[in-house]
Design a protein around this ligand. Structure first.
Ligand code: HSE
Length: 421
């Protein structure tokens, strides 16, 4: 895109983020960027701007040669993909915030960008205002980056904060997240962990060059986390967060998952509240970096869209160097996780699934254990996602290998048998 060229935008969607972008652009006149037309689905909804801006005809934007940037901010992932695909085929630059669509079609979108030499930017799809995609893409070398972990869904962090710090009930906290424009139109995507899983797919591609789909790693949301779990957390001086994790294992493969986790007060994520997101990267030599910012909401998301629009002025595009130039870093479920597992009926615990169990509490309608389980066992079955069962990771949950000799000595000692180490 030519730097001196005026950016003429065709905008798809005028919901929370679309309207936020419209307002933000109108308060940033120096950008010399104009929204030419807005394509919407429901023409009868009352709107704050003149009706002549709107159309329900997608081709009116896609076929308009004056429009050189398509900004896609709708929530229907299938329709969004068709819009983005057509726009790229026509050589238009595209900016999108649609994490589900990008995660589902990552490879096709790569090919389209390559084939039509059109830029496609999506900083707003991950962690809204926090510039994590560009940082992972540009700053960190694949072989130096060891891990990243973080809170990448604002709604669930908001709900957990309200539930456990202000004792607000789950449904009420969710309603508030919806009213404030944090939640997806289908909030199941947030609370079921799907949104965070989609974002993790995008981050994995930019951090490690790993193209994957949520079904290839373990993920869950926060629906099963109960107030009783929160009491255990409080007793242990932990907080509960929904944490995405990508860690290079000793064998060079990647462990990746999104699960609720107990975090200690020393963990930077402990202090991330409400709709804020945060990511901690760990790399050789640099050690740790901590990013934090508003991860949901109209203006924080619009600010990331704006940043992408403005990056188009200097021809910025993702080069996907880690995908193109390096052997793929593959995912593996061959590692162990230290977990807290609570159930409303003791019969729901299958002890044989665990390598070892460190704590065991049996109370009326809330029994729980802390133990170590192979990640492959969690990825192969869904028993731990059933109602009445809650699985929460312990701090530092990844256990790379298990020393059975040590464990058997430990269990013999626990059983009161005299052994020499
Ligand atoms: N529903 C998303 C969240 C919006 O809560 O994080 C921002 O991607």
């Amino acid at each position: 895109m030519d730097n001196s060229k005026q950016l003429i935008i065709g905008l798809f969607g005028f919901g929370t983020v679309g309207k936020g972008l419209y307002d933000v652009l109108h308060s940033t006149p120096t950008l010399s960027t104009t929204i030419s037309r807005i394509c919407i689905r429901h023409p009868d909804k009352p709107r704050s701007i003149a009706p002549e801006f709107f159309t329900t005809d997608a081709s009116a934007l896609l076929n308009d040669e004056q429009i050189n940037v398509i900004v896609e901010l709708i929530d229907d992932a299938d329709a969004a993909f068709e819009i983005v695909k057509t726009a790229l085929q026509k050589g238009k630059a595209v900016v999108s915030a649609n994490k589900k669509m990008i995660a589902e079609h990552f490879e096709e979108l790569l090919e389209l960008q390559q084939q039509y030499q059109a830029p496609f930017l999506y900083e707003a799809a991950c962690c809204a205002s926090m510039p994590i995609v560009r940082n992972l893409e540009e700053y960190y070398d694949n072989d130096l980056l060891k891990s990243f972990r973080g809170i990448i869904n604002g709604s669930t962090n908001f709900i957990l904060t309200r539930m456990f710090e202000e004792q607000v009930e789950f449904q009420q906290a969710l309603r508030l997240a919806q009213q404030l424009g944090f939640a997806e139109s289908d909030p199941k995507l947030d609370i079921g962990g799907f949104d965070a899983a989609n974002k993790l797919c995008i981050l994995l591609a930019h951090a490690f060059g790993t193209i994957t789909k949520p079904k290839q790693f373990i993920f869950n949301g926060i629906e099963s986390v109960s107030l009783q779990d929160a009491l255990v957390a409080k007793e242990k001086k932990y907080s509960i967060k929904l944490v995405a994790n990508a860690t290079k294992l000793e064998n060079g493969k990647l462990a990746a998952f999104v699960l609720p986790q107990f975090v200690t007060e020393q963990d930077d994520l402990f202090h991330v509240h409400n709709e804020f997101n945060a990511v901690i990267t760990e790399s050789a030599f640099a050690d740790k970096h901590f990013f934090k910012g508003k991860g949901a909401g109209a203006f924080p998301t619009a600010s990331a869209v704006l940043s992408d629009i403005s990056a188009l002025r200097y021809n910025y595009r993702y080069e996907y160097r880690k995908i193109r130039n390096l052997p793929a870093t593959t995912l593996s479920n061959d590692f162990y996780l230290k977990v807290f597992l609570s159930v409303d009926e003791i019969g729901k615990i299958n002890k044989d699934e665990f390598e070892w169990i460190e704590e065991w509490h049996n109370e009326f309608s809330h029994s729980w254990l802390i133990g170590v389980i192979h990640a492959g066992k969690l990825s192969e079955s869904n028993w731990w996602k059933q109602p009445g069962i809650s699985l929460i990771l312990c701090p530092d949950p990844i256990v790379e290998s298990v020393d059975y000799r040590k464990i058997s000595l430990q269990s013999l000692k626990l059983a009161g048998v005299a052994v020499s180490a």
